[in-house]
Design a protein around this ligand. Structure first.
Ligand code: AMP
Length: 482
């Protein structure tokens, strides 16, 4: 691609969220979270929602549908006003309501908009207090919303936007009469948005009653990766082990000649970049993500294109459209959560009739997403054993907790009735006293085992089998995707 074309391509690509006319607060939040490009459903749904149309969105979890309706709502409401909600998002379960609330808070972090959620399963006192303080965006399950309305704690006079998220699940769970009752008591003049993973007869009837001349936007998770790409998966338990494995591959300069490493966040990309530049030299690696200035990104990309640097580390900003040929390997340091990004990512290799290799590092929580990707591309991606000598590190407390949370979150998305196997208690941080006790016990244990090791060392002084042993096979998660 000629240089001027390449530059204008990058210009058009990097401000992809700016095309929607979002204000600075929204753009800063998008940047802070690390979204670089709008997903397909966002590209399709955001413009009509901004135009004030009713929208029917057929999209599954994993497409970025939540931000697709939240971003225009935040743009519309702009700043805190009134005491009563101007946007209500209905969700089938309390878990989904909490997740949407979390997303909304992140996206509203640079605004003064007040966000809250109400759902059943616990007393309503705190929820009533929260409402009394004033609220702009309310996320709710239908039953609790109606209850609070009937008790006089909620007034809908100023409601401008109503969203039904996961409408198909709401109907499956028997919420139709509650939804109809809610529709009766809210202002008739409002914008309606309905999102559903599937389009059943029940959803169709609801669409007829709920939406006025809707614009239908649909994304089906369907994609086919290039056939000249060999795909591999390595099951790696944690970040440290991913780094070890990456290091192992990059040592083989002859095979890994031109490598793109994709990471899910800017922070991970920066950390990987610093590690690689420490180990292989600054001249060998560049990093690109949304925080890097335009010129830096252009220069990095061109240096990589021209073969001046061997490794390019980046977030998904680099995955779409850029025609860098002869990339020998794409390494997915993290499994992408937008499943189509997998196809975009691995499309960077195996271009122009060249055979390429895509390698995906996958931890226990990511394995669930990988199964979805396999379903999407209708292919099983073969799992390879960890190469001899690569050390699989212990997973830290914090990472264990994050992985357990991610697994629960994923399962909840799949099954709204899933209560979660992750309990805070299981991973509760020890108090200072408990820490002392644990340290003492550890010391005693170490003293004992020290003696034992000393004994066994004298017995087997020539063999240290603990060093460089490949990863021990853990629980069943790795078997599931094999
Ligand atoms: P959803 O389909 O709304 O459940 O979103 C699935 C995942 O994609 C969530 O983890 C979102 O934070 C993430 N996400 C949403 N929009 C984007 C985007 N434009 N770029 C990258 N990730 C996104």
């Amino acid at each position: 691609m000629p240089k001027w074309k390449f530059k204008s391509y990058l210009c058009s690509m990097q401000n992809n969220f700016e095309q929607f006319g979002f204000n600075k607060q929204v753009l800063n939040a998008i940047d802070e979270i690390g979204y670089t490009d709008p997903t397909l459903i966002q590209q399709k749904a955001i413009p009509p929602i901004i135009n004030g149309q009713d929208v029917l969105g057929i999209a599954q979890t994993g497409t970025g549908k939540t931000a697709a309706y939240l971003l225009p709502i935040i743009k519309k409401l702009n700043f805190a006003q009134e005491q009563i909600p101007r946007a209500v998002i209905l969700a089938p379960t309390r878990e989904l309501a909490m997740q949407i609330e979390e997303n909304t808070i992140k996206l509203c972090q640079f605004t003064d908009l007040r966000v809250g959620s109400v759902y059943g399963g616990l007393g309503s006192k705190l929820q009533k207090e929260m409402l009394a303080k004033g609220i702009d965006i309310l996320i709710a399950t239908p039953g609790r919303l109606l209850e609070l309305y009937l008790e006089g704690d909620l007034v809908f006079k100023k409601l401008q936007v109503l969203v039904l998220d996961e409408a198909d699940k709401m109907l499956d769970m028997g919420f139709i009469s509650k939804i109809n009752r809610i529709l009766e008591v809210i202002p008739k003049k409002r914008q309606n948005l309905l999102f559903s993973a599937t389009m059943s007869d029940k959803v169709e009837t609801l669409v007829g009653n709920f939406l006025l001349f809707p614009t239908k936007v649909e994304v089906s998770l369907q994609a086919t990766p290039a056939t000249n790409v060999e795909q591999k998966v390595y099951l790696v338990p944690n970040l440290k082990s991913k780094i070890n494995l990456l290091y192992h591959f990059l040592l083989d300069e002859e095979t890994f000649q031109k490598v793109i490493v994709f990471c899910k966040t800017k922070t991970i990309a920066d950390n990987v970049y610093h590690y690689v530049s420490r180990k292989f030299g600054e001249d060998n690696v560049k990093v690109i993500h949304a925080n890097k200035g335009q010129n830096t990104r252009i220069n990095s990309m061109e240096a990589f294109k021209e073969g001046k640097v061997r490794v390019l580390v980046g977030t998904d900003v680099a995955s779409r459209g850029i025609d860098v040929t002869e990339v020998s390997h794409v390494i997915n340091f993290d499994v992408p959560l937008i499943y189509e990004d997998y196809v975009h990512r691995i499309g960077r290799t195996g271009r122009a009739e060249k055979l390429g290799v895509s390698i995906t590092f996958c931890n226990e929580s990511e394995a669930l997403h990988l199964l979805k990707i396999e379903k999407l591309i209708r292919q099983k991606i073969p799992v390879f054993p960890i190469p001899e000598g690569v050390i699989m590190a212990e997973t830290s407390f914090n990472e264990k907790q994050a992985i357990a949370r991610a697994i629960d979150e994923h399962k909840r998305k799949e099954d709204p009735t899933f209560k979660g196997s992750f309990h805070e208690k299981k991973f509760k941080r020890p108090s200072a006293d408990e820490k002392k006790k644990q340290a003492k016990l550890k010391e005693q244990k170490e003293q004992k085992s020290g003696k034992a090791v000393a004994k066994s060392k004298t017995k087997n002084s020539n063999t240290d089998k603990t060093k460089n042993t490949p990863r021990k096979k853990g629980k069943n998660w790795d078997k599931k995707i094999k």
